[in-house]
Write a protein that binds this ligand. Structure first.
Ligand code: ZN
Length: 393
């Protein structure tokens, strides 16, 4: 008998809870299923489980491989990260393809060796929601999102995440002295709710359009980059806008940092202030209090008023008898069909990614789908690991 994983739980937490049922620990449990785990076992497992571990766990517990993969960071490639291994131009590829506050294509190229989005090296942070922890019996589950500095609050309970003051997934200090939950402001909760939605549903609802989780993670990291870059790299109107956002957030521009470091290498407090500034930027864009110069800023504008139809799509132009449709007409018809039919969207996606193996290729197709207004929700979370496997073969 073993406890079932809860939604969003990280793999080491679930294994820790199983081990507790047998009065053993994570390393002994690892030995039992044929894996020698080291001192950094929780971090290793939660970033990427050892090869073969998922299959053994599925065999022993009956939990599907898809679900188990999503319990570690590796299961979120290529959406949260392009690749698990750092690549030389990874920073620019991830943070410079979209643009919100600054005009696109004008940024200084940055090479950041060993960079991976959102991940700290060598360990993951140890934060949790005091109310979520208080609501569960010991040993309390630990969520994957608490270990990634892409959220800073719990949208369910409306409070900031707090340092657990103990190894990740352990709450011994909190059992003696639980932290008092501190309410988080609305714009932070809105931002974090969207990131939760991206992980839970595979997409995020923005005012103008539903965007795929992979786009949401990059949009957010792009805004963070735009707020963090030296102001001298921007023309005056853009640097004034960035100063205004930081001031509205209540901090000095770039949180007073004189040297540039990527978000992932910033001190924890600077990270938190930067994420607050990003949430402020999104709030101001959505209130039309500021205007972004980037090509993706329009995603945060209110929905345009449009003529309400009865929902019947206009018929595609049909070729005359004996005339073959031109490639453009055929393409337009396929796009129209994919916009309203999940199966057609899936077919078009499979066609577009046929024999294209690289993360850049896949993101190119995802971007094209966004541009064309084709919903990507046929790729909901449960199929992400499958796609990843298929593409990596
Ligand atoms: Zn909570």
């Amino acid at each position: 008998m073993h406890p079932a994983p809860i939604d969003g739980e990280v793999l080491s937490s679930w294994l820790h809870r199983i081990a507790a049922c047998y009065s053993t620990d994570l390393n002994l449990l690892g030995d039992d299923i044929g894996f020698t785990l080291g001192r950094s076992a929780p971090d290793d497992i939660d970033v990427a489980p050892p090869h073969g571990m998922i299959d053994v766990l599925t065999e022993r517990t009956g939990v599907t491989p898809d679900r188990l993969r999503q319990m570690s960071v590796a299961g979120w490639v290529p959406w949260l990260l392009d690749t698990l291994e750092p690549v030389p131009d990874g920073f620019d590829t991830y943070t410079r393809q979209l643009s919100v506050l600054r005009p696109g294509g004008k940024q200084k190229t940055r090479e950041v060796p060993w960079w991976r989005p959102w991940l700290l090296s060598p360990r993951l942070p140890s934060r949790a929601c005091p109310d979520c922890v208080a609501a569960t019996p010991s040993p309390q589950p630990y969520l994957l999102l608490w270990a990634i500095p892409i959220v800073s609050s719990c949208p369910v309970h409306g409070c900031w995440l707090e340092d657990t003051l103990a190894a990740r997934g352990r709450f011994t200090v909190w059992e003696f002295d639980p932290p008092t939950p501190r309410p988080a402001p609305g714009h932070i909760l809105t931002l974090d709710q969207r990131t939760h939605d991206a992980f839970a549903a595979g997409h995020v609802e923005l005012p103008r359009r539903r965007v795929h989780a992979g786009i949401w993670f990059r949009l957010l990291r792009t805004i963070i980059d735009e707020l963090s870059c030296p102001l001298s790299e921007n023309r005056k109107a853009v640097s004034d806008l960035i100063r205004q956002i930081w001031a509205e957030a209540g901090y000095r521009a770039r949180d007073g940092q004189s040297l540039w470091y990527p978000y992932e290498q910033q001190p924890e407090m600077v990270q938190r202030h930067t994420m607050e500034a990003a949430a402020t930027a999104v709030m101001l864009l959505e209130n039309s209090a500021i205007t972004g110069s980037g090509s993706d800023a329009a995603l945060f504008l209110p929905s345009p008023h449009s003529v309400i139809s009865d929902g019947t799509p206009p018929p595609p132009p049909s070729p005359k008898i004996g005339e073959r449709p031109s490639l453009r007409v055929a393409f337009n018809a396929a796009v129209e069909a994919a916009r309203i039919n999940h199966a057609e969207a899936r077919t078009l996606f499979d066609l577009a990614t046929y024999k294209r193996n690289g993360a850049d290729d896949i993101h190119g197709v995802v971007n094209a789908f966004i541009e064309l207004g084709i919903p990507l929700d046929f790729h909901h979370a449960s199929s992400i690991a499958n796609l990843c496997n298929t593409q990596n073969k």
